[in-house]
Design a protein. Sequence first.
Length: 388
Amino acid sequence: MRLKVTLTDNNREIDIVLPTTDRTLRAELYTLRLADYSIRKPVTIKSVNSPVALSVLNGKTVKLDELNYLAKRLDSFDNSELHQFYSGLKHEGFVNLKDMINLTFNIHRYALLTDVSSPASIGRKYILSTQGCTPADDSDDKMYENIGKQLIEEGKFKLTEYGILVVNDAPFEKVYDGLNFPEYHYYDSFLAVDLEHEGKKEFVAIAEDPESLNTAAERLGVESPEDCDVTINSYHVDMEPIIPAFQQILEVEGVIKLSQLVSELANEKMDWAKLSAVADYAEVRSAKNLNIIADRLDEFIYIPKANDEDDVGRYYVNDYKDGNVYSLGIDMEEYFDFQAFGEYMMEEYHGKFIEDGYVCVSDYGCGEFLDELEDEPEYDQGEGVIMT
């Protein structure tokens, strides 16, 4: 679900569609000619064009980061969950973003019944709405009939345009305090971090929305994300081999450098295991050098789990796919010296064993750029800080 609103400020108007990235929001504020372009600066909603249920925000002064967070929450809902939200919104009479954001974490309180043909159907829909799921094979369970009868007897039904609303007795949890956003994984993020300052925390998906680091720092009351304690919260499973290198960059160069690097590298085609291996091969740790290597990964060959020269020789004979001229008939393998061949290929292509395999250049002349990389900082291996 996309939120479409018209904003007004300084006698100017813009139409925006949410959710979007913080970078895009700052660009929109430039259109309004706001001095600092901070998405924490209040702006006025002239009208909510869609969905109509949020027209209670018309004329309200809001912070764009809050409005965008609400839009992210609503965008993850299916139609049934949206209807629960809209019904809960009308039932509670909420008119501000703090309450609306908290409502998105409490829609299980608002059951919408669309099938009231029997007590059992009422009971089953009630459980589905409040608990999020029911077993697929228990539609005849007497429990649902009993729950339905109890709801009918209690007379808690309220007719809405989305169905019959029943509000359960679960407490309304105030997850959002109006200052710092609750952790929410809107993006299927390649890498996300936690910023912490004076007991407050912000979750940031730095690969997909690096600009949000600055906004999170604003919410934490600091000038820069570098003023916070930063830890890696989560990452794409394929990135696991490179995470130790990213952790070092975070500790030595800071979260802004890490964010810039990850936002440039993060894509489905990146071979993170190979990148980690080539970084070990080249003894590269800095963000700038790692980015250069990532851009030229095709100049290297990585053989995972290769332990010795025999493994290297067998790879070139049996598995090498790029212009393979080393093929060998099966009946000839017992006469072939794979170890000697592996030693030859290592010397020819500057091969080296690393912790989890073997790396070499893919052809003559490849990898020569490594000699032109910037000098690497010296690391204290215990603490991960630059030695001076």
